[in-house]
Design a binder for this molecule. Structure first.
Ligand code: SF4
Ligand code: SF4
Length: 144
């Protein structure tokens, strides 16, 4: 019962497609390779400079690369020796909520070996069974 309620809440109230499970292992990888999305994934330094005026978090980031997704940033607040965030207590909400499923919509993935998992709320089997039932009903109606 609790599982069903939880599923309903996530899908219809929170409008989520994934459950977040696991926990942070403190590897710091997600602070070393960051894409920034504001309407679209940021592609140029000019776009990024404008964005920096909107939220202090963006002033922590520096460009380290560019790939097929967009500009790649790393956060200057990461202590690279300990892999710890130097402003952990006051870190921005976006860092507190990481990882969120929106990551996928911008072409991103979880950092390698991240302790979190994003697991589909509706499993592949459930989707497959639903489609099979629909097809069965459709074919039955045609042959009648
Ligand atoms: S990549 Fe995952 S495990 Fe590593 S610091 Fe980020 S959230 Fe934690
Ligand atoms: S503020 Fe801290 S948690 Fe957020 S990206 Fe930077 S180092 Fe990581």
């Amino acid at each position: 019962m609790f599982k069903k309620l939880k599923k309903f809440f996530y899908i219809y109230i929170l409008r989520k497609k994934y459950y977040r499970t696991g926990s942070c292992l403190g590897c710091g990888r997600c602070c070393r390779k960051i894409y920034v999305k504001h309407k679209n994934v940021i592609q140029t330094e000019e776009e990024f400079k404008k964005l920096q005026l909107l939220h202090p978090f963006y002033t922590y980031l520096k460009v380290i690369d560019k790939d097929e997704t967009g500009l790649v940033f790393e956060c200057t607040k990461l202590d690279k020796t300990t892999n710890k965030c130097t402003i952990h207590r006051t870190r921005p909400g976006i860092c507190r909520r990481y990882p969120q499923e929106e990551l996928f919509s911008m072409g991103g993935t979880l950092a390698e070996h991240c302790g979190y998992r994003l697991e589909p709320i509706i499993s592949f089997d459930e989707v497959f069974n639903k489609i099979s039932k629909k097809e069965y009903k459709k074919n039955k109606n045609i042959s009648m």
